[in-house]
Design a protein around this ligand. Sequence first.
Ligand SMILES: O=P(O)(O)O[C@H]1O[C@H](CO)[C@@H](O)[C@H]1O
Ligand SMILES: O=c1cc[nH]c(=O)[nH]1
Length: 255
Amino acid sequence: MQEKKMMHLNITKDQVGQYVFLPGSVERAAKIAAYFDNPVKIAHHREYLTYTGTLAGVPVSVTSTGIGGPSAAIAVEELYECGAHTMMRIGSCASTSPKVKVGDVVIPNGAVRMEGTGIHYLPEEFPAVPDYEMVKELEAAAKKLDIPFNIGVTISKDSFYTEVSPETKPVYYELKNKWEAYEKGGATNSSMECATLFLVAASLDIRMSSVMISATNYKSYSNDDKDYPREWEDRAIQVGIEAMTQIIKKDMASR
Ligand SMILES: O=P(O)(O)O[C@H]1O[C@H](CO)[C@@H](O)[C@H]1O
Ligand SMILES: O=c1cc[nH]c(=O)[nH]1
């Protein structure tokens, strides 16, 4: 009988590793795969581009998740069904604090749930947090590579332009108050998938974390592609690859 192929990712169980990187963008998936040994393109269906290779001799994969929680949740569910148990978002984010400069690496230790997919998994009072051991490995990797980093609360929102230009939106009164409150609460950055990923992972009892590159300086938004700091993306990728390699090695040693 032909093996089941997942409906959205177009992958089968034997085609992916148990350790998976989750960038938002398709382009970043290819960049991450370039760090694997023997990367092979597995499938590209909708926003989901998957490569599999090895790190420390163990099969690893990367799957792009597209933009936002709904598509990211689908990726995690289908990868989990194919056997993955340890996943890491390698993303980009916006700084919401003077503590985070453009090009800094950000490692979330919790996420504001300004998103809708997570409520389909766990009630609103449940915290969206990454796996603690993975956060520690990411911190160690950033220190080892001497890359400037911030560990802090990330804001996960379902909409891009309500943060970039909130004053143009009918519910500005609410957006303004919320963003001010998040900043006062010490949130250091924002992006669009972390809370969902942390909550879906909690509901499946698998490990999830995130490492991101700050694409903006505090309060200096630009939606002009020429201002996007692609040259810094490799920093987040390097930290993620190093941390995942150490996680794999520790897992192998404790078997
Ligand atoms: O660069 P990625 O990983 O896609 O992350 C960020 O970029 C997209 C918005 O431009 C959202 O997906 C946001 O989370
Ligand atoms: O400005 C940005 C950059 C990345 N991700 C976001 O959500 N916003």
